[in-house]
Design a protein around this ligand. Sequence first.
Ligand SMILES: NC(=O)c1ccc[n+]([C@@H]2O[C@H](COP(=O)([O-])OP(=O)(O)OC[C@H]3O[C@@H](n4cnc5c(N)ncnc54)[C@H](OP(=O)(O)O)[C@@H]3O)[C@@H](O)[C@H]2O)c1
Length: 290
Amino acid sequence: MLKNKVAVITGASSGIGASLALLLAQQGVTVVIAARRKNKLDFLEARIKKEGGKVVGVKCDVSVREDAEELIHYAVKEQGRIDILVNNAGRGHLGSVEDTSDQVIQSMFEVNVFSLWYTTRAALKYMKEQQNGHIINVASMAGKVGYPYNSAYVAAKHACVGFTHALRQELMETGIHATVVCPAGVLTEWAMVTEGGSMMPLFSESGPVIKRIAEEKKIPLPAIEGVKTPGEIAQQMVDCILHPTPELYTHKGSKEFALLAAEDRAKSEQQQLPIVLGERQVYERVTGKR
Ligand SMILES: NC(=O)c1ccc[n+]([C@@H]2O[C@H](COP(=O)([O-])OP(=O)(O)OC[C@H]3O[C@@H](n4cnc5c(N)ncnc54)[C@H](OP(=O)(O)O)[C@@H]3O)[C@@H](O)[C@H]2O)c1
């Protein structure tokens, strides 16, 4: 079903985007892979070609409107069509609300939100002519639930979820699908390249404190599946392309937790309390506040 389709994947130089490009190319999809690090794209391009796949690498900063629009027009000019657009490029930041500068807020919304309009507006022109297509936006559980020390990213991913829902309304009965993907933890570069410093210490060093607080306060932690590989997420996205759904929750228990947060915010926050307190300790230490 996927053979000879054309997919544009942003943020394909590493992580989920790179894994998805590999899987789709193996299914006969021509993949147009985009990111800022051209050397990483070249590496992936060579690997896909070696496996007999069809691939084009495009250096592109999706937060620059002209770049993002040109990516879509170039893909269609070269490949004749665009069947799948995966808005996957994204980045987080480390910082409490009061430590978040205007520049970081701007940057988070440029890459995680504004870029959605840039690529999607351009792609819709072609998809509407074709009367089919699938737009997949990679949000996060951070688009459904609050998390600390990353507020501009959390707000941006909530915007990504809202954008997708609005887009779906406009696409009803047009033959074009839209899906928002909400992963929990994935083993990629993401937590290491966050603006304002790596978030990695918050996740890797808070474990024992979280466990102790949860035991002391007798609070059951959210029952969300642990960290998954980008390959596992990519496979779920391929399945979603074959059988489109409005939303894709990639981790067991994550949909249930998002539903709990929507239904009873205070109850879901109570389950997050040990995590918040554990991460607070690490945040205050790494930022010299403690
Ligand atoms: N890892 C997780 O735990 C997790 C959980 C939920 C959601 N997500 C989301 O999943 C998506 C993929 O992230 P990942 O986990 O695979 O992390 P990753 O390995 O860091 O991948 C992020 C990708 O986005 C690209 N990117 C960043 N800024 C860009 C820009 N301005 N223009 C173009 N490309 C840009 C990066 O490439 P260049 O640096 O080469 O440009 C990279 O290819 C992101 O939207 C992320 O927010 C991740």
